[in-house]
Design a protein around this ligand. Structure first.
Ligand code: ZN
Ligand code: FE
Length: 236
């Protein structure tokens, strides 16, 4: 069983989420995409957890800036796509897409979704039905194309769409309301998007992330997942 604790970082500026993830059976802990060290370390201290790993989805500064301090404080090993090792400092556990990262009694499959950046990976804990999507899939929108094409993103999203509907995802940023109006219009204000937005607003009003949302819900409401063909996707 995996326990996930979101940590909002760079609040009101970039609204990044880092995640402290704990394998409950063994208490082996990792931090995903520590945007900054301070907020993440405070969360770990609160929870009484010492992360042994830092998992990065991609090399952008707002996902790796906390790496060094967390490594220094806890001796955590930095994990990333082998293809990104040259641009993620001090990375030492280098994974290839298709391989698994083992966290205590849990494990995550590494999925390549090169599009936002080349070598961007997802961590998919299939047994726990949990997916960390970095800057590839956000609530109601997707990541910008820094190093890939629309075709690359369409293919990356197809891999996510192929996962079971009851998998929930945790994105790298809180961007829900930014995508809300477009998603509402795209879906002609139907019941699914209304329900999605009511829940999202309630969560945000309580100071909670909109995540986790199931891929099933997201597929019904996120225009970028709804696009059935590359032509449809490119028109968005
Ligand atoms: Zn990014
Ligand atoms: Fe980012």
């Amino acid at each position: 069983m995996l326990q996930v604790y979101p940590v909002l970082c760079r609040k009101g500026y970039m609204d990044n989420y880092a995640y402290v993830v704990v394998d409950e059976a063994t208490k082996v802990t990792a931090v995903i995409d520590p945007s900054e060290a301070e907020a993440v370390i405070a969360k770990c201290e609160d929870l009484g957890l010492r992360p042994q790993f830092v998992l990065n989805t991609h090399h952008h500064f707002d996902h790796v800036d906390g790496n060094a301090d967390i490594k220094q404080k806890y001796g955590a090993k930095i994990v990333c796509n082998a293809a990104d090792a040259y641009r993620i400092e001090n990375s030492e556990i280098l994974l290839k897409p298709g391989e698994y990262f083992v966290l205590g009694a849990s494990r995550a499959k590494i999925m390549d979704v090169s599009a936002h950046t080349k070598g961007h990976i997802l961590y998919y804990f299939a047994d726990d039905k949990i997916l960390f999507t970095g800057d590839t899939l956000f609530n109601l929108c997707v990541g910008g194309l820094f190093e890939g094409s629309a075709c690359d993103m369409f293919k990356a999203l197809a891999k996510i769409k192929a996962l079971p509907d009851d998998v929930v995802f945790y994105p790298g940023h809180e961007y829900t309301m930014g995508g809300a109006r477009f998603a509402f219009e795209y879906n002609h204000g139907n019941d699914d998007i209304k329900k999605y937005l009511i829940r999202a607003k309630e969560r945000l009003a309580q100071g909670l992330p909109v995540a986790p949302v199931s891929l099933g819900e997201e597929k019904k409401c996120n225009p970028y997942l709804e696009a059935a063909t590359l032509e449809d996707f490119e028109r968005l």
